[in-house]
Design a protein around this ligand. Structure first.
Ligand SMILES: Nc1ncnc2c1ncn2[C@@H]1O[C@H](COP(=O)(O)OP(=O)(O)O)[C@@H](O)[C@H]1O
Ligand SMILES: [Mg+2]
Length: 299
């Protein structure tokens, strides 16, 4: 909100509590029922905010909104389907298996990978329910924990190396900013490290070669296109030290957006200040809305 030019924009905050209550009141799912709103800028994480749900409400309301649409939001929230879309485009993802939460199988996971492995609920984000399992007992606990958060659990090979992020911006012709590197202060970038401790470190630009930089930016744009994202997306990578391989970890359709968040910082480094970035995102939202309005929905 602070980054928006008040000469150009009148900002009206809508707050939604964890219980789903809106302050001052909800956006209504009917075209024309929300006078005075020209564009909505969702700044939400996780279920209902980043998974296509609220985007669906905004579609029904006929309001332009910043960022990914319904499909890209939900496809990016489900780690299995996200990986499938990346794979279908020939992009490198970390080897993984999926288990239904009602049929967890420690032996199958141990057969698929050497320890340690990462165990994640298929949906969610913010590292909630994610563990790194080093032993059979830890794997057992990790599966049970992840299964509390979703009906599907992902088990994947642990990549030892660097964690790199790439900010992507645009609609049909997205562009990538300068990639950065996250240095978690814990064993991995978990919930505490992201939101509580404030002791993880960041390198901007990432400490990788010029060739790796170019490849990360190329893959960032490819990942964005693979899920049909629009507006913004932060694409996260794991770089394996032993092999030099670059793996796509995920795309976040609503990256952190505070003044200390990396998405705006990466754009600032690439020459786009925060205030201009926010304006650009609003322009992109209006452009996409106009393009969709020109489509026919019936004969
Ligand atoms: N396969 C992996 N190998 C190494 N580290 C991983 C792997 N998967 C996840 N991590 C670590 O766990 C963190 C959270 O995992 P991630 O898949 O990004 O979930 P979320 O959607 O909750 O952010 C990552 O930022 C990274 O530190
Ligand atoms: Mg992540």
């Amino acid at each position: 909100m602070a980054a928006l030019d008040r000469e150009r924009f009148e900002v009206r905050p809508f707050l939604i509590s964890k219980e789903g209550r809106w302050k001052p009141g909800p956006i209504l799912p009917e075209p024309g029922a929300n006078p005075g709103i020209d564009v909505v800028f969702p700044v939400l994480h996780g279920t209902f905010g980043e998974d296509g749900t609220i985007q669906g409400l905004l579609e029904l309301a006929g309001l332009p909104y910043v960022g990914a649409g319904v499909f890209a939001s939900s496809a990016s929230m489900d780690k299995e389907h996200m990986k499938r879309l990346f794979q279908a485009r020939g992009l490198p993802v970390v080897e993984y298996i999926v288990q239904p939460s009602g049929a967890l199988n420690v032996d199958a996971a141990l057969k698929a990978f050497e320890l340690p492995v990462f165990v994640k609920p298929a949906n969610l984000g913010s590292s909630v329910g994610i563990s790194k399992a080093h032993t059979r007992a830890e794997l057992n606990d990790a599966l049970k924990l992840a299964a509390q958060f979703d009906r599907k659990v992902i088990v994947e090979r642990a990549i030892a190396g660097q964690e790199v992020e790439c900010a992507v911006l645009g609609n049909d012709r997205p562009e990538a900013a300068t990639p950065c590197e996250i240095l978690p202060s814990r064993e991995f970038y978990d919930y505490e490290d992201k939101y509580i401790l404030n002791t993880s470190k960041v390198e901007l630009p990432a400490r990788i070669t010029a060739a790796q930089m170019a490849e990360v930016r190329r893959l960032g744009v490819e990942a964005f296109l693979a899920v049909e994202c629009s507006g913004m997306g932060r694409v996260d990578f794991l770089l394996e030290s032993a092999t030099g391989r670059i793996y796509l970890n995920e795309i976040n359709t609503i990256p952190g957006f505070t003044s200390i968040s990396m998405y705006p910082k990466m754009w600032e480094h690439a020459g786009l200040p925060f205030a201009r970035l926010v304006e650009r995102l609003i322009e992109l939202a209006l452009e996409r809305h106009a393009a969709r309005q020109s489509l026919r929905y019936s004969l």
